[in-house]
Design a protein around this ligand. Sequence first.
Ligand code: AR6
Length: 181
Amino acid sequence: MPRIELVTGDLTRERVDAIVNAANSSLLGGGGVDGAIHRAGGPEILAACRRLRETTLPDGLPTGEAVATTGGRLAARWVVHTVGPVWPGEGPEALRRRALLERAYRNSLALAAELGAASVALPAVSAGVYGWPADDVAEVAVGTAAAAAVDAAPGLVRFVLFSERMHATFAEAGARLGADV
Ligand code: AR6
């Protein structure tokens, strides 16, 4: 199990080996943390995303998958782009898509480890524009990190939450799960 940390702050300022982007399938940018990462990291990241679209991902990145690019001007060497699901509202579809949210976190952690990252920072994927309830995002995020095998995640997994409220939500999920955060 990796060491799990919760902090309040701006993901783009993290001094870690890799940061995770809550992107969309187009990989061509957007608002929220995605927009902030492209602004802070510069045009090299978008150029790398365009190359991925022209080569291995002509139809875009499917929800739940992860892919890596350079970190451009960021302190982080890599950006791991993932796509979380859009909240469909309470019901059976939410259960199906929850598995995709889990996959997004699991695949992002695994890809960062595969790249050789010793540390990775992640936002609350799907908890913004995509509207997923924050307490459930927190449970999936912390639960997935806590369940990761040694070689399936970097040794340090840091969740960087944009508000004190989201930080508290993640801390509560950690306590509910009995995770050491
Ligand atoms: N550092 C850390 N967290 C941040 C930052 C930041 N600089 N900026 C925002 N957040 P969102 P999603 C938080 O909407 O829900 C984009 O347009 C934010 O407060 O960025 O997965 C993409 O292109 C929230 O808690 O991602 C997609 O189209 C969390 O990051 C779509 O939004 C995630 O919010 C993806 O939506």
